[in-house]
Write a protein that binds this ligand. Sequence first.
Ligand code: ACM
Ligand code: ZN
Length: 485
Amino acid sequence: EKQKKDAEFLASHIKEVTGIEVKTTDKQAKGQIRLVLNAGDTQSEAYSLVVNKNGITISATSHVGIFYGIQSVMKALPITKNVKSVSLPAAEVTDAPRFAYRAFMIDVGRHYFSVPYLKKLIDVFAMHNINYFHWHLTEDQGWRLEIKKYPMLTQIGSKRKETILPTNKNEFDGVPVSGYYTQEEAREIVKYAADRYITVIPEVDMPGHMLAALASYPELGCTGGPYEVATRFGVFEDVLCAGKAQTLQFAKDVMDEIMDIFPSEYIHIGGDECPKNRWKVCGNCQKKIADLGIQELPKHSKEEQLQTWFMGEIEKQIRNRGRKMMGWDEILEGTPSKDITVCGWTSVNASIRSAREGHPTIVAPISNFYFSNPRINKIEGIPSIQRVYDLDPCSDKLSPADQQNIIGAEGCIWTEWVKDAEKMEWELLPRLAALSEVQWTAKDKRNLENFFPRMLHMQDLYRLYGLNYKADIEDAVKKHLEEKK
Ligand code: ACM
Ligand code: ZN
């Protein structure tokens, strides 16, 4: 059944790209594109591809390997119309990814994106061999997932009355923003992604970035509110109260529903940008610190350790269900369990530190892999691609042993200033193609000059699919290749 689905997936793509109809069959004949599943490691993402005059053979020991072979054929096809046949160069390819973790994150908290649109993005991720979609589901500006035990999270928390203008001068647009995913819709996304060998990692960001939840359930905060779903961006002092038993119960209940919906081994619980000002003066938080016997440490304040404790309690819940906790690098401000997987976002050094401290680590630095950073988005042409392409996730500052802790790389789009598909795609493409090679390709095979022709072909595919890629890069690369001739 899976082979059939994958074959039909390839056939529909061939039709889309070349206009040629191919039939699928389980009977062997001459001149076929054959998908051959061999005995062996059923989890391996490796595949081999042979193109000769007898046809094309994609072989692997797993369905996912076959799928990546298909992706390579799809990317090698010429884009044509009204032709009877196309040819591919003869080749023998053996291929496997460098990193097991190849992710992209989309923030739907700041702006809601529809289920059909997320599916379109998942298709784009699949064509870039991405295997994790990190779905950032909650923010100060909006709670976007139905939680049955806490209905106000979506009734109140998914709506904000307006949004600050990019001028940031206390001017607001007066336009309400709302939207959330039902649990059924979230399951639909999980299934759609799984059909493309992509795992959806849900993120509920806590204990900071929780204003939408606090507006829904003010008793979860230190002051009790009132709170409002945020209409401006940044970091807010009102966060979950880590001292109340009720708050911990809330977080555990939410995690339970999350783990029912999402089969992902990784569950992301945020942990970034959580100011401690409220906790410092909150009777409940201070009592908790005293009850736990937390002492000030030279490197970690009592409140930072309170956060470590809080996250640790959630981690137990996650671990009890056989899953793994993931968090942003601020969780290193304490002494978290080494089992926790860290997304290093604040800098390249954050990932280096995390790997040295023994955590499985994902490299996602704001400086290189945040495609929504307005300052970096001002960079045009080749440098904008180079910034992504040339960052090696395994820093040479790390010992070979510590490099083993780098499990992969992740790109992120935060949607403060991204409210539609046009901007989303402009930020995503073609830098995603550069990230894809960082994630997939062996270091010694990675070469920017060599990448450019492949990137131009990807841009032709984006155009075919009606995706709004950033065109200044294409112009600059074409000029560059012309000058080199
Ligand atoms: C983050 O960008 N605050 C993870
Ligand atoms: Zn408190």
